[in-house]
Design a binder for this molecule. Structure first.
Ligand SMILES: [Mn+2]
Length: 324
């Protein structure tokens, strides 16, 4: 029996197919998604008008190539949910976070979208909204492959700093060119590879190590950081950052030791502790203009007590705290 409710939903769907006059092609094609995503809560339970905001936040629930444990599609939702209960206080600045206006547009596409299409949509969003409107970009992943969508931000004398247990520099992985394990390789083919710094790495195969050396990618392994301490790494980072005015940060939450961040797609022991990670983030945020950041690989399905989602949310809050 068709009830009134069904008829109403069908009417809404038909109207939605015709109502979208947005010039952005991907948005038009995703007309139905616009209807669903309005239900998504916004980051930190706040949402300022876009015109007043210096930062645009967008979810990218990509979960297509994870080889071990799927679930990253739920991360934007959990990060937002847990962010609502975090106090608006900056640990790094030791003061309340005030007047940092951001606009959370919701998720860019529904979970289940294929990799290439997802990356195109992120690309489109950054090229048609963040860059022309002069806004900074926060992407809530999703698997690490979403970073490829930020390529338009990496083109002009921008340093890419990647926090990650893994190098993600394989040419292909499980037969895929576009994968969470190949994402930095694909990026390195599009920007000067010397403009990439990997931090916290501890899962690198022989092919990747050769690639790092051959292409002069800069590397701070977790062993180096855990041996010499955050202070020494901060000093070396300052030297490495010289000559660059802008930085883009890609934070794979598995850079942390699984003791701190168990809810990840591909856990790898002997990572950074949370204090070291935040100290390194501070040194970057206070010395350079960080034009964008993505936080990827949080997996709420294996995340007891929202432990990992809450760190992901905290990283974004600290990023916001440093914006003008
Ligand atoms: Mn990783």
């Amino acid at each position: 029996m068709t009830n009134v409710c069904d008829l109403f939903l069908i009417a809404v769907l038909i109207i939605s197919l015709f109502r979208n006059e947005d010039k952005n092609v991907s948005r038009v094609e995703l007309g139905m998604w616009e209807l669903w995503r309005v239900k998504t809560s916004s980051f930190a339970g706040l949402n300022y008008p876009e015109e007043e905001s210096r930062v645009l936040i967008a979810g990218a629930p990509l979960d297509a190539t994870n080889s071990f444990h799927p679930g990253t599609r739920f991360a934007p939702e959990y990060i937002r949910r847990v962010s609502e209960s975090l106090e608006l206080y900056s640990y790094l600045l030791d003061m309340p976070i005030q007047n940092k206006k951001f606009h959370d547009i919701g998720d860019l596409f529904p979970a289940g979208m294929d990799v290439k299409r997802s990356v195109e949509i992120i690309n489109d969003f950054i090229s048609s909204e963040s860059i022309p409107k002069n806004k900074k970009t926060v992407i809530l992943g999703g698997e690490h492959t979403v970073t490829l969508g930020s390529l338009p931000l990496l083109m002009k004398n921008t340093l890419l700093i990647v926090f990650d247990a893994h190098a993600d520099l394989r040419d292909t992985y499980l037969g895929e060119k576009y994968s969470h394990a190949t994402v930095i390789r694909r990026i390195s083919e599009n920007i000067p590879s010397e403009s990439i710094i990997l931090i916290g790495s501890r899962a690198i195969d022989a092919e990747e190590m050769d690639y790092i050396k051959k292409h002069k990618i800069r590397l701070f392994t977790s062993r180096y950081i855990n041996t010499y301490g955050a202070g020494q790494v901060v000093n070396r980072l300052k030297e490495e950052l010289e000559g660059y005015t802008k930085v883009y940060l890609s934070v794979d939450i598995d850079v942390l030791d699984p003791a701190f961040a168990p809810g990840v797609g591909t856990p790898e022991p002997l990572g950074l502790d949370i204090y070291t990670l935040f100290t390194l983030l501070k040194s970057i945020l206070e010395s350079k203009e960080v034009i964008g950041i993505d936080i990827v690989e949080t997996n709420p399905l294996v995340d007891k007590g929202y432990q990992t989602s809450s760190i992901a949310a905290k990283i974004i809050l600290e990023y916001l705290a440093f914006q003008g």
